[in-house]
Design a protein around this ligand. Structure first.
Ligand code: ATP
Ligand code: MG
Length: 478
């Protein structure tokens, strides 16, 4: 027995399917907002994070998995994605060759040496976006709207969106001076981390999670009182846009985020499950002013956010927000006897190529045992092939839902199945939504994928009819 590495977790079977579902919904909404996928390495040169995330952040100070490789380079397992995504844009010269903003979405694991607890792992997954080359308020709010929409499509109600502004440089300098004065009177009573933050980056103190420090922090000066007129107007405009989009929010003047590159608007999405479970922010992001130029790009700004897939999956489970995700197979072949096994082996290959998910029972001999296995595999139809069937070129088909049984000619099998699954689809399809069977509510996913009913398939030369037939595959593919 080997133990799993502390702070990591296996995501397997149904849970992996739920993660994929979350990622698929988020991907569709991101595509709808004009984002393109980026896949960047897990390994980056350590300097990238020291420069961008900032050496006053907890991440760089104590959470990075950094090691020297055999060539003597300092390598870090990415603790976050923004820096790597921007680096990839710079390296690919996208800022020189493409229109602004360059919009990226990503999904995958990050690594932070944190104290493991509920909703906090050392390897965890994020889905996030970066909109680079964006300085307008509209892009900031568009990005918040994108994150909000992803969560709404996943079924979240009663979301709590917290926003704050870190202002412009001048506002921040004024504010930091006020904080310095205030905390200089209290820092001796505060935690060791805060003592360091006091020296390194005083704003970070507001992000302290030590409960004993909170009363002191709560009485600290508020950024709102130190904003320049321009920064104040900007923040007001963000609020009025959110109101116009009917996206509920609250201003949290202590929200500063854990990464040093943020400036301007910052935000977090929170959600408490009905059983009271709350694993911290499920997603967070903000505007960054200098990050792109620090990484070697032009002096342009950006905005982005990242969702924590683990936390989202947990609260969705708590509140039963997942739709029933298809788990069964279309066809379960039951061969009786050696010849039938050989025949079934080839038949399964053909049926799978036709788009029907198919399992063959090689592991049981009796009918009773095979039917039990078919049930556990949640099969729709059992295809029974025995000696009689082989001799007469027939096949026995049992509908495992209705228990009806029928015999057909083998040569009619394809048309029988096409007909059966088409009819099954129609009777289940009480809407015109082409994605009904993917486990989304009617209308929800299609709107965000940008297709009307039927369109997604017609546009696609490979398919004759529906793209989302039955259990999500294309029975009508050539
Ligand atoms: P927190 O305040 O909870 O530590 P953070 O400020 O470090 O979060 P970000 O770096 O902005 O968070 O990451 C965005 C999201 O990624 C978080 O809102 C959270 O959902 C998720 N996340 C961050 N760290 C972890 C972790 N160690 N384990 C699981 N999810 C995480
Ligand atoms: Mg953190």
């Amino acid at each position: 027995m080997f133990n799993i590495v502390k702070g990591t977790h296996d995501v397997i079977q149904a849970e992996a399917q739920r993660y994929s579902y979350i990622e698929e919904v988020m991907t569709n909404v991101a595509l709808n907002y004009g984002y393109k996928e980026f896949r960047t390495p897990v390994l980056e040169n350590s300097d990238l994070f020291i420069r961008s995330v900032g050496d006053s952040s907890d991440i760089v100070r104590k959470e990075m998995y950094t090691f020297e490789d055999k060539g003597g380079r300092s390598i870090t397992l990415r603790p976050e994605r923004t820096a790597g995504i921007i680096r990839s844009m710079v390296n690919a010269k996208l800022f020189a060759n493409q229109d602004y903003p360059v919009k990226a979405f990503y999904v995958g694991p990050n690594f932070r040496y944190e104290r493991p607890q509920q909703g906090r792992y050392r390897q965890f997954n994020q889905f996030g976006v970066e909109c680079a080359g964006a300085s307008t308020i509209e892009r900031d709010v568009e990005t918040i709207a994108l994150g909000y929409t992803m969560l709404k499509v996943l079924g979240f109600d009663n979301l709590k969106l917290k926003i704050n502004t870190l202002g412009d440089k001048e506002s921040r300098e004024n504010y930091k001076a006020a904080l310095k004065e205030y905390f200089s009177k209290h820092i001796e009573e505060m935690c060791g981390d805060c003592k360091e933050r006091f020296k390194l980056n005083i704003l970070r103190i507001l992000d302290c999670k030590v409960p004993e420090d909170r009363p002191i922090i709560d009485k600290a000066p508020k950024i709102g009182d130190y904003l320049t007129e321009e920064a104040r107007n900007r923040f007001e405009k963000v609020k009025s846009y959110l109101t116009a989009l009917e996206i509920p929010f609250e201003v949290d003047s202590e929200l500063v985020r854990g990464l040093d590159y943020y400036s301007g608007i910052v935000f977090e999405f929170h959600y408490t499950a009905s059983n009271g479970n709350n694993y911290g922010a499920i997603g967070a992001g903000g505007h960054y002013g200098n990050l792109i130029s620090e990484i070697g790009g032009p002096q342009i700004e950006g905005v982005g956010f990242a969702f924590g897939i683990e936390r989202i999956a947990k609260v969705m489970e708590d509140d039963s927000l997942f739709p029933e995700l298809a788990n069964g197979v279309d066809l379960f072949i039951m061969p009786m006897g050696e010849k039938a096994v050989e025949f079934s082996f080839g038949l399964a290959y053909v049926l799978r190529n036709l788009g029907y998910s198919t399992e063959v029972c090689y592991e049981a001999k009796s009918m009773g045992a095979m039917f039990k296995k078919a049930e556990r595999r949640e099969a729709t139809l059992a295809l029974i092939i025995g000696e009689d069937e082989l001799n007469n070129n027939m096949i026995t088909i049992k509908n495992l839902g209705t228990k009806e049984q029928t015999q057909i000619n083998l040569q009619d099998l394809q048309s029988y199945l096409d007909n059966f699954f088409d009819i099954e689809l129609e009777s289940a399809d009480d809407s015109e939504c082409c994605c009904h069977h993917e486990g989304h509510e009617h209308g929800e996913c299609c709107r965000h994928e940008g297709h009307e009913h039927g369109e997604c398939c017609q546009d696609d030369d490979e398919h004759e009819h529906h793209c989302c037939h039955g259990h999500g595959h294309c029975h009508h593919e050539e």
